[in-house]
Design a protein around this ligand. Structure first.
Ligand code: PGA
Length: 262
């Protein structure tokens, strides 16, 4: 008889963006998330707060299955780069995951070459990168596949195959971010398979097919289940809904329910 293989835990990556307004609120939210996630069996949670909160939240983050990540990193090691934060600084704060190439950073001037440098710095330093890709619009000719492929190929240029274990892709169509207008699960699944195909082409079947792919864009407690049931996504990158405990609770519960049934 075929043995039932254990389902891989889903990654719930919470991107707090430039929220909340104070360390007091950040601590309260973090403690809330920690409580909600305490008994989770089928997910791991990653909270990505703004830089200044990382040190304080680290003191509260001792719970299995819950870790802290950063929303960005600068590509240089040290020196005269006013306002920037290096990978070694983040590592020294216990950060093991960094979001790279988020569309909101791309919108404020980060180009593919910069995303590539940041990605190589991150994975080169043994830190997991959540590389964000996604089209600005869904045209009728399917050009969004080319957009995503170009983003992937330029960001991953020069990345040694040995570092693939540090790579996760977050498919985040820009038009779905923060708009309430999420993508359809069937379209996400189609894109997920396309992303896997490109990764296999770059890194070979053994490594490329193992890279986790997340979906992000207006995910919340109400719409997460169709994504769990209708896609093979390994998890989600969640912005707005990650700031509300009620939403965090329903997303965690939905993953538990799905995990029990699967
Ligand atoms: P959203 O953001 O969930 O608010 O759409 C997702 C993201 O930007 O990562």
């Amino acid at each position: 008889m075929k043995k039932k293989t254990a389902l891989k835990k889903k990654l719930l990556a919470f991107n707090w963006k430039m929220n909340p307004k104070s360390i007091g609120e950040a601590k309260a939210l973090f403690v809330g998330v920690k409580k909600i996630h305490k008994k989770a069996q089928h997910s791991v949670a990653l909270v990505c707060p703004p830089y200044p909160y990382i040190a304080e939240l680290r003191k509260l983050s001792t719970q299995e299955g819950l870790s802290l990540g950063a929303q960005d990193v600068f590509e240089e090691k040290e020196g005269a780069h006013t306002g920037e934060v290096s990978l070694s600084m983040l590592k020294s704060m216990g950060v093991a995951h960094v979001i790279v190439g988020h569309s909101e950073r791309r919108a404020s001037g980060e180009d593919d070459a910069m995303v590539n440098k940041k990605l190589l710095t991150t994975v080169g330093g043994g830190v997991h990168a959540l590389l964000c890709v996604g089209e600005e619009e869904r045209d009728t000719q399917g050009k969004y596949f080319n957009v995503v492929e170009t983003q992937l190929r330029t960001a991953l240029e020069g990345m040694p195959t040995a570092r693939v274990k540090y790579l996760t892709i977050a498919y985040e169509p820009v038009w779905a971010i923060g708009t309430g207008d999420h993508a359809e699960p069937a379209d996400v699944e189609e894109m997920r398979l396309f992303i896997k195909k490109v990764l296999v082409d770059i890194f070979g079947r053994a490594k490329g097919a193992n890279v986790s792919v997340l979906y992000g864009g207006s995910v919340n407690g109400k719409n997460i289940t169709p994504f769990l049931e209708g896609t093979g996504c390994d998890g989600f990158l969640i912005g707005g809904a990650s700031l509300k405990e009620k939403e965090v609770r329903s997303m965690c519960e939905a993953v538990e329910l799905y995990g029990e049934k699967a």
